[in-house]
Each structure stands twice: as C-alpha cells, then as structure tokens.
Design a protein around this ligand. Structure first.
Ligand SMILES: *Cc1c(COP(=O)(O)O)cnc(C)c1O
Length: 399
C-alpha cells in the first residue's frame, strides 16, 4: 500500500472533486466574460454567478443577497470581524469576545484591532476544547460589539455549542460571527436556526477548489470593505469574481450537503476505530473529547515523541498527516490550541493530527494504526527523553 499516498490531512485541504472540476471547466474558455460587462458574454457570466449565489444560499438557509464571495476562509474571517468592529466603533462599543482556540485568521485580526484601541477578551475552553455558553453570557458587557467563536476546531475537532451561543448574542443584541470553515459540508448548517449573523466558509475544505470562500452576513449587518476597488459584490468586495472557482464551490457544497448524514456516519465509524487503535499505544492521549467531535478528526499526543520526526517517518510509509495545524508546523511554537486545553509545552510539540475524508477506507485506517505504532516505538527506542522517563529520571506527563 505504501506506493499510494494515504491522505489523512483533510483539515489542511481536500482533493478537489471530479464533479467540482467539471463544474468549473465551462467557465474558463466558454462562459469567460466579466460578470460586470454589459455585453451578452458578460451577462451570461453574471447569470451563472447569480445561480451559484442562490445555490450556496440554499445550502446555508439564507438568501442570495446575504452571500459575499471572497478569496477564502481567511478573507471572510477578516472582513466579518473588521465589519462588526467598525459598526461597534460607530456605536461607541469597542469590546470583542472570542476564544483561545480560534484559527490565526481570527486571532491575528483581533490582535490588529487591539492595537487600534479595541478590547479583546479571549475565553478559556475546557480540557476537551469546549466553550460553555454561560461564559459568553457572563463576558458580554454593554460595550461588546461582537462575539466570534469557531463552529469546529481545525486541530482537535471540537464542535462548539453554536446555536446556544448565537441565542445568547441575539438576546443581548450583540453580533455573532462563526468561523465555520471546518464545519460547512461536514455538519448541518442553518444560519437562522443557529442564530448566526456572520459566517465564514472556504471551498477547499469540502472538496471545492482553493482560493474561494464565502462571507454570509445577515440582512441589515453592514459590511466594511477589506479589498477596495470596483463595485463587485454589491460594492462590498472589489475584484473581478473568480467565476470558475465559484461554480466549483457551489457544486462541491451541494454535493457535501446532500451526502452529509451518510458521510458523517461512515467517517465517525472510521474515526472511532482509529482512536481505539492509537489508544493502545502506551502513554498516549487523545486531544479533544470523544463527544462533540468532527466526524473525520483524530488528534493524539505521544509522550517522548517529537511531532516533526513522527510526520517524516509516516510520510516515508506513505501517510500524509499533520502536527498541530499547517500554519504552525514548521515553526517551533507549540500549538496554541493544545496549550489552551492544558497540555504542557513538552507534549504540545508532539501532536499528530489525522483527518479523514469520504475516500478513506478501513484498510487505510488499519495500515495507519500499525504504522503509527511502529514509528512511535522506533522513535522512543532512540529517544534520550524516553530513556529518562523509563528509568525514572523524569516524570511522565501522560499517565
Ligand atoms: C482553513 C481554515 C481557515 C482558512 O481558510 P483559507 O480558505 O485557507 O483562507 C480558517 N479557519 C479555519 C478553522 C480553517 O480550518
């Protein structure tokens, strides 16, 4: 099996589906007009764009006018947060509430706003990465303009109580944004039932193309431009629309939503088998809870193991995995998410994230369990840290 890649890094990105690629093709050299042009080639493109907007809206439970196409999840996060902050500023409200486990697209935008005079409260999560809605209720004050909480965590897979948090924000009159990049196409989404005012999604996390996403903004929530220029997207996001990518995204989103229930069930069964298999490794610990977990997410720490070497050796065995998030691997900083759930620095470096897709097979999961067991045993056999742990010179962190 080692001459074929076992791709278990679907939280970083997914393979573009054949159907999404086919949905894109006519818009490169067939319907290639600029949707802003008045001639019929332009109008054909404008019609396709409107069609995609309506199909995306139907998947989220909103109207087409509430959809803004962006270059992806990061841009949607930036624009959602900046828009809510600017609205707050106009109303004299300059406090934003979020969590310690958000994606950097959210955390770094908040950092920037902090340097512009906003106050940011980052709430703690519990040992499973879960936020208690009561924490949000307690944190909201008269000067709060925005609560932003991710739908599901990209590293440890925790699914947050979004509808409950949304209900609190609605009752208190505070805007609620959710980074739903890991959730859309994998969990049921209904922006009105879940009380969501602003939502970010990204096509390449559900088998659509890279470089395209959506910002949903509930009717009446004013958006601030992050990209200035022409009047595209009702004047809220300048730049000629990436029509092929948008068509591919609409197709991938419809497919993902149509097969969501069956696919979640299948993935959860494979995920639980993988968790059971890796739990047999001595001094290992699952990061994130077993309940309220994304159907395709597995994340472990192994005592005495460094994440980077584990990844390289798994790659040699044909397994594509990840340590922490793609954005932090390659840097020496331990994952902020693992630190937030209480993992000490020493082991927050040594995490392994395996994220599945609809194409993952039972055979691949069994092969992966054996491969991880072998690699962990090998790395421990040459690790001075492991020797010290075994001889009692050092205390185990993982019981
Ligand atoms: C991937 C990801 C993003 C960034 O999306 P891009 O389209 O790659 O910019 C943001 N938030 C979460 C939770 C993600 O997993």
């Amino acid at each position: 099996m080692a001459n074929r890649t076992i791709y278990l890094d679907n939280a970083a990105t997914t393979k573009t589906s054949r159907r999404a690629i086919e949905a894109m093709l006519p818009y490169f050299d067939g319907v290639y007009g600029n949707p802003s042009s008045l001639h019929s080639a332009g109008q054909a493109a404008a019609e396709a764009l409107q069609n995609a907007r309506e199909r995306v809206a139907a998947c989220l439970g909103c109207t087409a006018r509430e959809i803004t196409f962006t270059s992806g999840g990061s841009e949607a996060d930036n624009q959602a947060i900046i828009s809510a902050a600017k609205r707050g500023e106009r109303q004299g409200k300059k406090r934003i509430i979020s969590t310690k486990i958000e994606h950097h697209a959210v955390l770094h935008t908040l950092k920037k706003l902090e340097s512009e005079g906003f106050s940011v409260t980052l709430l703690d999560v519990d040992g499973n990465g879960l936020l208690d809605p009561q924490q949000v209720e307690d944190a909201i004050s008269a000067d709060t303009c925005l609560v932003t909480v991710m739908f599901a965590n990209n590293e440890i897979g925790t699914v947050e109580p979004i509808a409950e948090i949304g209900a609190i924000c609605r009752r208190k009159g505070v805007l609620f944004h959710t980074d739903a990049v890991q959730a859309v196409g994998h969990l049921p989404i209904d922006v009105s039932a879940q009380n969501i005012d602003l939502l970010s999604l990204s096509a390449h996390k559900f088998h659509g193309p890279k470089g395209v996403g959506v910002l949903y903004a509930r009717k009446g929530v004013p958006l601030t431009n992050v990209i200035e220029g022409g009047a595209q997207e009702r004047g809220k996001r300048a730049g000629t629309e990436n029509l092929p990518a948008i068509m591919g995204m609409a197709s991938a989103l419809e497919d993902a939503c149509a097969s969501l229930e069956g696919s979640a069930k299948k993935l959860a069964a494979l995920r639980d088998r993988l968790i059971a298999g890796l739990s047999e490794i001595p001094r290992s610990v699952l990061n994130g809870g077993r309940e309220r977990r994304l159907p395709g997410n597995v994340n472990f720490c192994f005592e005495g193991i460094e994440g980077e070497s584990l990844l390289l050796l798994l790659d040699d065995k044909g397994i594509a995995a990840s340590s922490g998030s793609a954005c932090t691997s390659g840097s020496l900083d331990p994952s902020h998410v693992l630190l937030a759930i209480g993992r000490p620095h020493e082991i927050a470096h040594g995490s392994l994230r395996l994220t599945l897709s609809e194409e993952t097979t039972e055979e691949e999961i069994e092969y992966t369990i054996e491969a991880v067991k072998e690699v962990v045993a090998y790395l421990r056999s040459i690790s001075p840290v492991w020797r010290d742990l075994q001889s009692g010179k050092r205390d185990y962190i993982i019981k």
